[in-house]
Design a binder for this molecule. Sequence first.
Ligand SMILES: C[S@@+](CC[C@H](N)C(=O)[O-])C[C@H]1O[C@@H](n2cnc3c(N)ncnc32)[C@H](O)[C@@H]1O
Length: 303
Amino acid sequence: MVKEAVEYLNCHQDGIYIDGTLGSGGHSLEILKCSSPNGRLIGIDWDEDAITVAKNRLNHFQDRVTIIYDNFNNLGDIVRNLKVHEVDGILLDLGVSSIQLENEDRGFSFRLEGPIDMRMDKSSRLKAFDLVNSFSIPELEQILWNYGEERFGKRIARSIADYRKHKPISTTVELADIVSAAIPSRFRPKRIHPATKAFQAIRIAVNDEFRNLETAIQVGIDLLRKGGRFCVISFHSLEDRIVKQSFRLLERGCICPPGMPECNCQKESEVKVLTKKPVLPSEDEIRENPRSRSAKLRVAERI
Ligand SMILES: C[S@@+](CC[C@H](N)C(=O)[O-])C[C@H]1O[C@@H](n2cnc3c(N)ncnc32)[C@H](O)[C@@H]1O
């Protein structure tokens, strides 16, 4: 959804834009092109591998790009340190990058055998290995439900706990097999791998993805100048729900309980939501890149 997201950012040649999820720099490249010749881009990622790839790819635009290795939940400090007061657009393209997914050493994929790691930021402390091998059954169950809506969470959590009594669970394929075996065969999904939801849930927990997203939206909206836009591309329904609800709350004015004689919350509407329904990828894009099929773009404009 590069084209749609960049169009919504409404780039102009003097604008300052933040790509909070730089990845390999695909979206950033388009933002730089459409804000040419003077537009400035601040690209953020907390994965050193992504930073290296994006630096090379955007090398040509060096004087207009600032690349920062950090968590996008630090948007406020990042921008302040750069002595920037307001920006014209912010983009978050959530989820894992192909650089991460296709490297078996990063441990994101149930298809590639590797250590269970799943940290996007390799300097953070908690690996998926620690979570899977030391969290209690109720904690695991809660993660599987809250972040993956995995209805067999209890069975999976119990199977994980039984297995690790004998030896630690150390590889992605080992974990995928334990998860698959815990789901009764008649309920195993046909179109996706049975471990998809569990892997997604564990990854979200390891990287604290939902909290980072909520913080980035709250902080980011305050950094936008009037008319500036916040675009978020999400990849699953729980993430999309956070974006939808956060934007809706920012759009609402008074939130006093009904029946109050007068408003005392003083809340004012901060944004106009430009996408009442999420923008979905075109059929061509899905054909070219099947992973885009679950993408949803939502956009809010600062008022
Ligand atoms: C789907 S990829 C982005 C791909 C990118 N738009 C491109 O065109 O190549 C998501 C990227 O966001 C990064 N990321 C996810 N959460 C982050 C966070 N809280 N702070 C910084 N980067 C984050 C990941 O490390 C990953 O590189």
